[in-house]
Design a binder for this molecule. Structure first.
Ligand SMILES: N[C@@H](CCC(=O)N[C@@H](CS)C(=O)NCC(=O)O)C(=O)O
Length: 212
């Protein structure tokens, strides 16, 4: 398998975490968002949206990190990154969607470039924009984590799930945008714990060969 990715991309990061948690080997091909390589025709031939990640497999090019992650879970069921029961799977997918649907897209490169270039926001305002959506999402997430008495050191249950794969890149991104994270003790604890695991360490942006 080959993963087209960018070191700082949160969606690439979450996909790397899942590949690592499942112990899968993959080749990396780096698409620099900083150099707008994702806009080149050769990459758009692979993904007409021009987004990373793309996972090239024997079955073809797979698009959209949530779909790629679910495909990995189905193709490589062990270790399971979703609970066995339907309610547990709903809970984990809901936590992942809170991050993947309601936080991450608002802080994406194309959104921030529109704010900068067409609406005239400066970097302080950009950081405030990012902080607003991260803090709104994290406030709700923190409450959900706090309310779950069965949870241990991860987002759900006693093992890493796809929810952790979504959360850790969002934490890294929050730090990059200088968001105050002091109000989220459960989220911080999960972050610290996940980062003791090799699968998460190896997936970190600074560990990638294209990191600058
Ligand atoms: N829903 C897509 C979003 C992918 C996405 O937005 N990727 C970002 C990097 S994290 C990207 O390629 N951005 C390019 C841009 O915004 O121009 C997914 O989860 O795969």
């Amino acid at each position: 398998m080959k993963l087209y990715s960018f070191f700082r991309s949160g969606t690439s990061h979450r996909t790397r975490i899942v590949l690592n948690l499942k112990g899968l080997n993959y080749e990396a091909d780096y698409i620099s968002l900083a150099k707008n390589e994702h806009q080149q025709a050769s990459f758009k031939a692979l993904n007409p949206q021009g987004f990373v990640p793309v996972l090239e497999t024997e079955s073809g090019a797979l698009l959209q990190s949530p779909a790629i992650i679910e495909w990995l879970e189905e193709q490589y069921p062990e270790p399971a990154l979703l609970p066995k029961d339907a309610l547990g799977r709903e809970k984990v997918r809901a936590l992942a969607a809170l991050i993947g649907c309601d936080i991450h897209p608002l802080n994406n490169k194309r959104v921030l470039e529109h704010l900068r270039q067409n609406l005239g926001l400066d970097e302080t305002q950009i950081n405030a924009w990012c902080a607003k959506w991260i803090q709104d999402g994290f406030t709700a997430l923190e409450q959900l984590l706090q309310q779950d008495p069965t949870r241990e050191k991860f987002c759900y249950g006693k093992q890493p799930t796809i929810a952790d794969a979504y959360l850790i890149p969002q934490m890294v991104s929050a730090e990059r945008f200088k968001v105050d994270l002091s109000a989220y003790p459960n989220i911080n604890e999960i972050y610290q714990h996940c980062m003791t695991l090799e699968a998460f360490q190896k997936a970190a942006p600074e560990q990638q060969a294209d990191a600058t």
